[in-house]
Design a protein around this ligand. Structure first.
Ligand code: ATP
Ligand code: MG
Length: 783
C-alpha cells in the first residue's frame, strides 16, 4: 500500500525535490535557515514511509548529540501524525493520552530505535562495539569490545603524565594542550608516530613524536581510544578488512550528513568507504537502492582549526556524480528561501557574507516581514555591555511576547567573555546556562563515578582504576600504588590482574595490603554481576559501597554538598538514559557519557537564557540574539586580521551568528575591555562597518514585537506550549504531590532533584512507570 504522505505539504518545491530523492548522490546547498536540516529529517521519514526502506539501513550524521535527539523526536512526531489512522483508525488528535502513548511506543520500537542517527563519534563508537576486535594497529596491537573512550580531558591528562612523569620534560615548554593538539593533527593526517617523527626537522617536533608514541602505547594498554581514533580506527579497519567493510556497506544503503561543510578528511574517507564499499568513488556506479545525501553551506564552514575542509563539499558532485548515467544529472538542489529570520536580519547577513571572495554566490530570499532594525550599542566597557544586554532581556521579557528566558541567546567569540555576563545575570536573578562551560561530565566527582563504572566494564582501563583506588581515601598510599603499578608493568599485565592476586598484593602492598584487598574484593563483587544488573542500580550501589557518598556527606561543606548533588544528578542522567534507550547497557551509557561533547550541555532547557560561543551556535535558532564583543582583535580575532583566509573564516562565523536570530538581533561592542588581565582600549569590529547602515539603529527598541512560533512548534503533536506559568523552583514542589500529566496520567512525586538552575521531579505514575520530568516544561498539572 502506498501512503499519501501528508507532511510533504510542510515543504517548498525545492525541499520536496530533495526529500523525494531516492537513489544516487544528492547535494543540498543553501544558506542559513533555508530548511536544510528540515529537508534531511523529512527525507528519512519519506524513505521509510514512501520507499519502505528499513530504518536499520539508514545512517544519518548530525553535528551534535542534541541535534540527533531532536531529529529522532521530530521523525517520531511526523510518524505519529501519519500512522495514527492506520494503527488505530483515528487521527492523532482524536486519541486519548493512553492511546497516544501506545502509538508512540510502537513507533519508537519499529521505526526510531533501529535508526542510526548520531554524530560521527557516536556512530563510529557503535560500529566499533561490534568489530573492533578485528582491528590491528601498525604495531599489531588489538582492542576488545569493552574499550574505554578517553575524552579530551582524559587525553590531555594522559599527555601531561607522559610529559612530566615519564619523560621528565618541562610542562611549560611542552604544554600538554599544545602537545595533544599536535598529536591530534598528526592522527588526523593519518600519520603514525614513526611517520610523524620522520617529518619533524627539530628537537621539539621529535620530542612530540616520542610523546605521541608513548601516548599510543598507553591507549593500547588501557584498551582505550581517544576521539580521533573513533573515526580513524573504523577507516583503517575498513581498509584492512574487505569483509567487514562489505558488511557495513551493505547495511547502510542510505547515508545522510548534515553540516557537510565541516567534514574533515578522515570523516570524508569513512563516508566514501561506506558508500562505495571500497570501489574508487569516481568508478562507483551501483546506485540501485542506495544513496548519499549531504546538506551544507560553505558560508558556514567554521571549523578549519579542527581540520574541517569545505572543499569536500565543493567537490561532492565530482566525487560521487561521475559514474551516473547521462540522464541522471540532477545531483544538486539549491534552496533559496529563508524561513528563519526577519528580512532585515537576513539582508544584513547576506550583505556581510558577500564581502568574502572565496565563495559560490547564492541567493537567499526572505519569506518574512522586515521586522525591527538591528540594534547596536556602543558600551563603555564589558561591564556596561553586560548591563545593557541584561536590561534589554528584562525589558523584552516583560513587555513583549518573547517571554520565555529560553527565547534569548547571547553569543560571543571566546569562552572568557561569559564571565561579566554571568555575573550580571546572577545578580538580576535571570536563569541562564552556559553551553560548553565546564561540562557536567568533566566535573571531578562525575569523573570519579564514571571511573568506577569504567573499571568494571573494562578491566584493562588502568587509568580509571588508578583514579578510584584511593578515592575516597582508604589508606592506600602513593608508594604502595607505585609498587603495584611498577610490578604490573614489569609483568606486562594490567594493574587489575595484579590487584586480583592476593599473594602479590600481600607482598607488594606491605601495611596497606588489607586496604587494597578490601578494595579488590568490592570491585570483584561488582565485576561478577554487572551485566545482570541495570546500569542505574550498579552506579548507585558502587558509589554507596565504595564509601564515596559517605565521604562527601561527612565533609559537611557547601562544596561537598554540591559534589554530592552532581553525583545524584549522574544517577538521574543514567535513569533518564535508560528510559530513553530501552535495553540500554552500562557500556552504552558510558559511551554516551564520554561522547557528550561540550556542545551538549546537560542543563539545556527552555527556561533559561543561553550563553555560548559562536562556534557552538551552529544549526540553532533563537527569537532574540545578542552578538557581543564586536571589536577588532576580538572578533575578528587578532590572529586573523592580517591573514585573508582566516579573516574570511571569521566573517563566516559572524554570518553564522547573525543568522541564528529569528525576530531580533542586537550587536554590541565596548570602548575598552579587560580580557586577558589587562584593560585595553577597543575599536569596533570591521564587521559592524561592513553592514548596511540603513538596517542598523542605535536607538533602543521600545516597540512590541511578536514571536511567530515556527510551523513545527505550532503543529507538532505533543509540542510544548510556549506560555506556561513557571513552576520551576524547588520550593514549589514536595515529595508526595499528586499530578496529572497529559500523556502519562495521574502520579505521585517521589523525588525532587535540583542542581544549579536545573530542577526536575521524579513521578511514579498510577498507570505504571516512573518518569523524570522538568515541571517547567512538562504538560503537567498539580492536583
Ligand atoms: P542552518 O544553516 O542554520 O543549519 P537550515 O538550513 O538547516 O539552517 P532549518 O533549521 O532546517 O534550516 O530551518 C530553519 C527554520 O525554518 C526552522 O524553524 C524550520 O522549522 C523552518 N522551516 C524550514 N522549512 C520550512 C518551510 N518549508 N516552511 C516553513 N518553515 C520552514
Ligand atoms: Mg541546519
Amino acid at each position: 500500500m502506498t501512503q499519501t504522505i501528508d507532511f510533504l505539504s510542510h515543504l517548498n518545491s525545492s525541499q520536496r525535490l530533495a526529500v523525494e530523492h531516492f537513489c544516487g548522490p544528492l547535494l543540498v546547498v543553501a544558506g542559513a535557515g533555508s530548511g536544510k536540516t528540515r529537508a534531511l529529517t523529512y527525507r528519512i521519514a519519506n524513505l521509510i514511509l514512501q520507499h519502505r526502506v528499513d530504518p536499520e539501513n539508514i545512517l544519518a550524521v548530525t553535528f551534535t548529540n542534541k541535534a540527533a535527539r531532536e531529529m529522532k523526536e521530530r521523525i517520531e512526531k511526523l510518524f505519529a501524525q501519519q500512522l495514527s489512522v492506520s494503527f488505530t483508525g483515528k487521527p492523532w488528535e482524536a486519541l486519548n493520552p493512553d492511546e497516544q502513548t501506545r502509538v508512540r511506543s510502537r513507533i519508537y520500537k519499529t521505526y526510531i530505535k533501529p535508526l542510526w542517527v548520531g554524530t560521527f563519534h557516536a556512530l563510529c563508537a557503535k560500529i566499533l562495539r561490534f568489530d573492533i576486535n578485528k582491528y590491528k594497529d601498525e604495531k599489531g596491537r588489538s582492542w576488545n569490545q569493552n574499550f574505554s573512550i578517553f575524552d579530551e580531558s582524559d587525553a590531555q591528562s594522559l599527555v601531561k603524565q607522559i610529559v612530566t612523569q615519564q619523560l621528565n620534560l618541562d610542562d611549560k615548554k611542552f604544554n600538554h594542550k599544545s602537545v595533544r593538539y599536535a598529536i591530534s593533527n598528526a592522527k588526523n593526517q593519518g600519520l603514525s608516530p614513526q611517520e610523524f617523527e620522520r617529518s619533524q626537522p627539530n628537537y621539539r617536533g621529535r620530542t612530540i613524536a616520542q610523546v605521541y608514541s608513548l601516548y599510543q602505547d598507553k591507549l593500547a594498554e588501557n584498551n582505550a581510544l581517544d576521539f580521533d581514533d573513533l573515526i580513524l580506527v573504523p577507516v583503517q579497519l575498513f581498509q584492512q578488512n574487505e569483509q567487514i567493510l562489505a558488511y557495513w556497506h551493505r547495511k547502510f544503503c542510505h547515508i545522510l550528513v548534515d553540516e557537510y561543510q565541516d567534514t574533515n578528511r578522515t570523516q570524508y574517507d569513512l563516508i566514501r568507504l561506506l558508500v562505495t564499499g571500497g570501489v574508487e568513488s569516481s568508478a562507483f556506479k551501483d546506485w540501485q537502492n542506495r544513496s548519499i545525501f549531504v546538506v551544507g553551506d560553505a558560508d558556514q564552514s567554521i571549523y578549519s582549526f579542527r581540520m574541517a575542509d569545505f572543499t569536500i563539499l565543493m567537490d561532492f558532485q565530482g566525487d560521487f556524480g561521475d559514474g551516473l548515467p547521462d540522464d541522471d544529472t540532477r545531483t544538486m538542489v539549491k534552496l533559496e528561501e529563508n524561513y528563519r529570520s526577519r528580512e532585515n536580519i537576513l539582508q544584513a547577513a547576506n550583505h556581510l557574507i558577500e564581502k568574502n571572495t572565496e565563495r559560490i554566490d547564492k541567493v537567499l530570499k526572505p519569506t518574512r516581514d522586515p521586522g525591527s532594525p538591528i540594534y547596536y550599542y556602543q558600551a563603555e566597557d564589558e561591564q556596561d555591555e553586560a548591563e545593557f544586554v541584561v536590561q534589554q532581556i528584562r525589558q523584552l521579557q516583560r513587555n513583549t511576547e518573547a517571554e520565555n528566558w529560553g527565547d534569548f541567546a547571547i553569543l560571543y567569540r571566546t569562552n572568557a567573555q561569559s564571565r561579566p555576563l554571568e555575573e550580571i545575570l546572577v545578580r538580576s536573578n535571570i536563569p541562564y546556562h552556559v553551553v560548553g562551560g565546564l561540562k557536567f561530565y568533566d566535573r571531578k566527582e562525575v569523573k570519579d563515578a564514571l571511573a568506577y563504572l569504567r573499571s568494571l566494564v573494562n578491566p584493562a582501563d588502568t587509568m580509571s582504576l588508578l583514579r578510584t583506588i584511593n578515592t575516597p581515601r582508604r589508606g592506600i598510599g602513593k608508594a604502595t600504588i607505585d609498587n603495584l603499578v611498577n610490578a604490573a608493568s614489569e609483568l606486562g599485565v594490567p594493574l587489575w590482574e595484579m590487584l586480583a592476586d592476593e599473594t602479590s598484593v600481600q607482598t607488594l602492598a606491605g601495611r596497606s595490603a588489607k586496604a587494597v584487598l578490601k578494595f579488590t574484593q568490592l570491585m570483584s563483587q561488582f565485576k561478577d554481576n554487572w551485566r545482570d544488573r541495570k546500569a542505574s542500580e550498579i552506579a548507585q550501589a558502587i558509589m554507596e559501597e565504595s564509601g564515596y557518598i559517605q565521604d562527601l556527606k561527612s565533609q559537611g561543606t557547601d562544596e561537598a554538598e554540591n559534589r554530592l548533588q552532581n553525583v545524584f544528578e549522574l544517577f538521574n542522567a543514567i535513569l533518564q538514559f535508560e528510559e530513553e534507550n530501552l535495553d540500554a547497557t552500562l557500556e552504552d551509557f558510558l559511551a554516551s557519557a564520554s561522547l557528550s561533547s561540550d556542545l551538549d550541555n546537560l542543563q539545556e532547557g527552555q527556561e533559561s537564557v543561553s550563553l555560548m560561543t559562536l562556534h557552538s551556535a551552529k544549526g540553532l535558532e533563537f527569537p532574540v540574539v545578542f552578538l557581543v564583543g564586536l571589536e577588532q582583535g576580538l572578533f575578528p580575532n587578532f590572529r586573523s586580521i592580517d591573514d585573508p583566509a582566516s579573516l574570511e573564516e571569521e566573517r563566516r562565523l559572524c554570518y553564522v551568528g547573525i543568522t541564528r536570530a529569528q525576530e531580533q538581533l542586537f550587536l554590541t561592542h565596548a570602548r575598552s575591555r579587560r580580557l586577558w588581565a589587562t584593560r585595553e582600549p577597543a575599536v569596533s569590529s570591521q564587521f559592524l562597518a561592513e553592514l548596511p547602515t540603513d538596517l542598523l539603529s542605535n536607538s533602543v527598541p521600545s516597540k512590541r514585537f511578536t514571536t511567530v512560533p515556527s510551523a513545527e512548534t505550532a503543529k507538532a503533536p505533543g509540542a510544548k506550549t510556549r506560555k506556561r506559568p513557571s513552576a520551576n523552583t524547588p520550593q514549589n514542589w514536595q515529595v508526595g504531590d499528586r499530578v496529572l500529566h497529559t500523556t502519562f496520567g495521574v502520579g505521585n512525586v517521589t523525588h525532587i532533584f535540583s542542581s544549579g538552575t536545573k530542577m526536575s521531579i521524579a513521578v511514579e505514575f498510577s498507570g505504571g512507570g516512573r518518569k523524570i520530568l522538568d515541571p517547567a516544561i512538562a504538560p503537567l498539572q498539580r492536583l
